[in-house]
Design a protein around this ligand. Structure first.
Ligand code: BES
Ligand code: ZN
Ligand code: ZN
Length: 502
């Protein structure tokens, strides 16, 4: 979708549909919505009076302009209560409005800037959210076998402002929104791809192509190199599958004169059957999404290469398939991680931590700091926080707060979780330095404590996206299936860190 920002009068603007808005409880709309209402002979106010438009968040009312405006239709998007307004409401409203208009086969949409003036938000921030909500809400995974252009798509979104001076900052906001949302959709595409297509080898090729496209450095470590490095965890998980493991390394050099390097690590299990500790067959298909963390860090690097913060960033994605082949890891086996720690495999289904511990050790070896990892690590985090909050674990309160703030700005919700040292007891093994699971309770915490063993005192944060990476049903701008969660938080954090250092 093409995004434009222009200075014009929305009542005179030619498009298939124009989008205006309404806060809940407002009887007579003002501003641009008021002007459109005037042209429509008061149709919007009459519908409000009749109780047919209420301004509830996500409500969309489509009115035909019957020749009173150059645009054939007007969509009135509800923004909810003014006192609860923030930029995320703009995303929700735009996702609903854009989808409603796409169903009517509208190809060129124009929107006023929602929320500029309300809630003290910068107009550029409002436009960023407006563009994000539109692109995220309109996302569809291209079905295998479907012919292209089977269904109508929105081709152009024009953001219309009356203030000429606002055009450059709004263009900036629109660009940022487009890059962030498209990166999220790229991650969604990679995650939604069936696992027979999205193998570790394929994921590595995607990373390589992205690197060529945006001028990133890409390096893919093969099995022999992993053997040389002693990555017994990653190699162990991969040994049950015919698909060779890959350790994908993507580098963005935004500040070559600095030795500082932000590390992003993403779990890249392209299918998690559980291995010999096999999962129940019900909903096992969703385990194609077990590379959501890896997809997110790859997509985030592609976006950062376009946004060009003054900062170095290295992404690491250990990628493997967890299958119960003839040479698979077995419960009771012991492997040695890259840092020399021995690990007793109690269950082969706790494989994420086995590949991540080697990636984290490698991140330390490369001197990356801080290190942030993203992983669909546990089902327990889904039980604890549901599907809208990711679990955020960190050994550094400052880093944790920055991630919470980045998530807040980008509409991704994370919830701080504890790392109680007492629970480490549970990871004690009688045959190795550590075992890969504890008892039944607090599974997400145990997973995080396991990872913490491999980062030492390097500032580190772990986002467990086991509940948030994949949605069973549509939830406003999160469509069914992969959400691409984490992409926007990581990009926003990198931009904020660069800003802070300049
Ligand atoms: N990939 C799963 C976690 C998961 C499950 C993510 C469902 C999203 C939805 C992970 O590898 C796993 O199987 N974890 C186990 C850990 C347990 C064996 C300690 C789990 O959560 O059951
Ligand atoms: Zn598993
Ligand atoms: Zn897994």
């Amino acid at each position: 979708m093409e995004v434009r920002v222009v200075c014009a009068d929305i009542t005179k603007f030619e498009a298939d549909a124009i989008i205006v808005n309404l806060f809940e409880g407002v009887a007579r709309p003002g501003g641009a919505t008021g002007a459109v209402d005037g042209e429509l002979g008061g149709a919007i106010s009459q519908l409000i009076e009749a109780g047919e438009i209420r301004g509830k968040l996500g409500e969309v009312t489509i009115i035909h302009s019957l020749g009173r405006l150059p645009a054939a239709r007007v969509a009135v998007a509800g923004l909810g209560k003014q006192e609860q307004f923030d930029q995320d409401k703009i995303r929700v409203a735009m996702a609903e409005a854009c989808r409603a208009l796409r169903r009517l086969k509208a190809r060129h949409l124009a929107s006023i800037v929602h929320g500029a003036g309300a809630g003290g938000l910068e107009p550029a921030t409002c436009v960023q959210a407006l563009v994000e909500g539109s692109i995220l809400g309109l996302y569809r995974f291209a079905k295998h076998g479907a012919k292209e252009h089977d269904e109508a798509e929105v081709e152009v979104l024009t953001v219309v402002t009356r203030d000429e001076a606002q055009v450059p900052p709004l263009q900036q906001g629109a660009f940022r929104g487009k890059v962030l949302a498209e990166a999220t959709n790229l991650a969604r595409d990679l995650i939604n791809q069936p696992a027979n297509y999205m193998t570790p080898t394929h994921l590595a090729q995607v990373a390589q192509r992205l690197a060529e496209q945006h001028g990133l450095e890409c390096q893919v470590l093969e099995r022999e190199q992993m053997e040389g490095l002693g990555m017994g965890g990653l190699l162990g998980v991969a040994q049950g599958s015919r698909q060779p493991p890959k350790l994908i390394v993507l580098r963005y050099r935004g500040n070559p004169s600095s030795s500082e390097d932000l590390g992003l690590v993403g779990k890249g299990i392209t299918f998690d059957s559980g291995g010999i500790s096999i999962k129940p067959s019900e909903r096992m298909a969703e385990m194609k999404a077990d590379m959501s963390g890896g997809a997110a860090v790859i997509a985030a690097l592609g976006a950062l290469a376009q946004l060009k913060p003054r900062l170095n960033i290295t992404a690491l994605v250990p990628a493997a398939e967890n299958l119960p082949g003839g040479s698979a890891l077995k419960p009771g086996d012991v492997v040695t991680a890259m840092n020399g720690k021995t690990i007793e495999i109690v269950t082969t289904d706790a494989e994420g931590r086995l590949i991540l511990c080697d990636a984290l050790s490698y991140a330390k070896k490369l001197g990356l700091s801080p290190i942030i990892d993203l992983a669909t690590l546990t089902g327990a985090i889904h039980v604890a926080l549901g599907d809208l909050y990711s679990g955020l674990f960190s050994n550094d309160p400052g880093l944790r707060d920055k991630l919470l703030q980045a998530g807040e700005r980008e509409g991704e919700r994370h919830w701080p979780m504890p790392l109680p040292q007492e629970y480490k007891e549970q990871l004690k093994s009688e045959v190795a330095d550590i075992k890969n699971v504890g008892n039944r309770w607090g599974g997400a915490i145990i997973g995080a404590l396991f990872l913490a063993e491999f980062v030492g005192d390097t500032p580190w944060a772990h986002l467990d996206i086991g509940g948030t990476a994949y949605m069973e049903k549509e939830h406003n701008y999160l469509v069914k299936g992969a959400t691409g969660v984490g992409v926007r938080t990581l990009i926003d954090l990198a931009l904020a860190l660069a800003e802070e250092r300049s």
